[in-house]
Design a protein around this ligand. Sequence first.
Ligand code: SF4
Length: 360
Amino acid sequence: LTEELKAFKDPALARGLVESVRAWAPESATLMEVCGTHTVAIARNGIRGLMPEGVRLASGPGCPVCVTSNHDIDKVIALARVPGVTIATFGDMTRVPGSTSSLLAEQAAGRSVEIVYSPLDALRLAQDNPDRQVVFVGVGFETTTPLVAMAVKRAKAAGLRNFTVYGAHKNMPGALEAIINDPQLKVDALILPGHVSTIIGVEPYRFLAEKYGIPGVITGFEPVDVLQGIAMIMRQLHEGRADIEIAYARGVMAEGNPVAMAAIDEVFETCTATWRGLGDIPGSGYRIREEFADFDAMRRFAPAIEPTVEHRGCRCGDVLRGIMAPSDCPLFRTVCTPENPVGPCMVSSEGSCAAYFRYY
Ligand code: SF4
């Protein structure tokens, strides 16, 4: 297996794929990746610099922490201030600034904030601390949502009264449609996310090719994976085709993972979600269904939320829409650094600004 995986970093294979990209590339094209792990893989492996002149690789709204709106962060901070509540969430989320505070600042002020690695850790935290109300803050796409659904189902089965969820989960296809219709950016093709697609499969992307004539290739995260995905896109553009193809067959099946999708569907229903940069997108979020309302933190605690204020000067919204490179933000590297992040794109290890800071 190790030998097989080595092939995905093989320089000779990579060179061959770069040649194919160059041979098939049109005079100009903008390809967008919509997965934070791809953003990092492209930056770390210098793939942007291998593209022929006229081909632009733009980063889109693929980092779940980054697309979480200030208003969502403010609601989580309001929950953290409810007496008796412990917030359990992923490490990156604690550093994202809301309108006037962050979870890390709330923790420093004496509120209870715990870092967990999965929703099931949060469930355990609730079981081990019956005197605390544990609120799990979930962000992410279909890769994390099934596990949150599982945690809610287990909490219900166990009759747990001190576990709830604040869900800021989103789905990718709705955001892709918003990107395609953005008048400020013309996307010619999409590098589609490997992880999300292991769950949702190919079907939810078909509208890109069928309705908009935009090719998309689902690919993995090693250099050869990414280059193969780009080469397959270039071939489609060269041949004047628009299909949704898989360059990541070792991870993704066309039908996705029906068991995980059923778990999501049992606990959540789709709703309008607010995305940083993209605004309100109908059907692009998940909220807890009525049958599981007891596990919805906002319904249980209904805290007062402070008015939302956007960070002055931060251009994360434009970075997430792909209309601006992080290095074009006036605060990049001067005021805004990973140690002192102004916006979420610099906080998250998968954020475009953090990737640019590290690799360019
Ligand atoms: Fe926001 Fe900082 Fe990125 Fe500028 S560099 S867009 S301030 S996160």
